[in-house]
Design a protein around this ligand. Structure first.
Ligand SMILES: [Zn+2]
Length: 291
């Protein structure tokens, strides 16, 4: 499943061909993805200009000249493919010839930038929905989301407050979108290892000491691991692709994720990475240096 760094990578790939461009033609090959696309989906997009392409957690938000926002989510297997019409100049690296099953190209945008943007989603857990900009704050998908992990509002005090009194594991707390938005299994494991905090630790314990040094270390680790993953273009797990068709390469930088049995990479730690199951998901951690 694409995580926040992958979604940010996709946003940066789409930005040059979407921002400032108009939807000339929109083709929806079906009326629904995970949920219905909504009434007059194509007609509400055609002729409208994308004023900005932003991101909230793992949602892409295209601000339209009509006053609506196109909310998009990649789900489990969604990806965008950007192509320029034959004979036209291709901006940089966004064109990539690939053999993809076009049967899963559910929505296609023809943009005034000359780009054809196809949304491909074999498993159809992705979504697209038009929401009036004024109602975005009340949108059920976005309303309950906690702070953006890379934003200034996410700091040690905020995290400590969100974990206060929580009896769940630290892993479960960080995976809770109300505590911090957009963190998934991989980056929770990676951040906990960098912060040398056990995924099994009770969430409330990161806030017990004065000044919450554990919370500070954890916040720093979360921001660092996400920033590095974004810089590397996302982690490209399973069938996820960047918009230019290339695989991201952050997976080569995982310290614990999917590395059970390997030596712990923490300097001077002689532990071995272990796998356990928490809340139905695999957790990878070092039992020696993560406390
Ligand atoms: Zn270790």
């Amino acid at each position: 499943m694409p995580e926040l760094p992958e979604v940010e990578t996709v946003r940066r790939g789409l930005q040059p061909v979407m921002e400032g461009a108009r939807f000339l033609k929109v083709i929806a090959h079906r009326g629904d993805l995970r949920w219905p696309l909504g009434q007059d989906f194509a007609a509400r997009l055609e002729g409208k200009t994308v004023e900005g392409l932003g991101r909230r957690a793992k949602y892409l938000l295209a601000d339209l000249s009509s006053g609506e926002v196109l909310v998009m989510h990649l789900g489990m297997s969604g990806s965008f493919r950007v192509a320029h019409r034959r004979g036209k100049a291709m901006p940089g690296r966004y064109y990539h010839e690939r053999a993809r099953n076009a049967a899963h190209d559910h929505v296609v945008f023809h943009m005034s930038s000359g780009a054809r943007i196809s949304f491909n989603d074999p498993r159809r857990f992705g979504m697209m929905k038009l929401v009036p900009r004024a109602e975005l704050d009340r949108e059920p998908l976005l309303r309950a989301l906690g702070p953006e992990p890379l934003g200034n509002e996410f700091d040690a005090a905020t995290l400590a407050r969100a974990c206060k009194g929580k009896k769940t594991s630290l892993k479960a707390a960080l995976s809770d979108q109300r505590v911090v938005a957009g963190l998934g299994n991989i980056y929770v494991c990676e951040a906990l290892h960098r912060a040398r905090l056990s995924p099994k630790r009770r969430a409330s314990t990161i806030a017990t000491k004065a000044g919450a040094p554990n919370a500070q270390r954890l916040v720093d680790a979360i921001k660092a691991v996400l920033a590095e993953a974004i810089a590397a273009g996302g982690s490209s797990l399973r069938d996820h692709r960047r918009t230019d068709g290339e695989l991201g390469d952050f997976q080569h930088n995982f310290r614990v994720y999917d590395r059970a049995g390997k030596p712990c990479p923490t300097p001077r730690c002689n532990g071995t990475i272990r796998r356990m199951v928490q809340g139905g998901r695999s957790t990878f951690f070092c039992p020696v240096c993560q406390r």
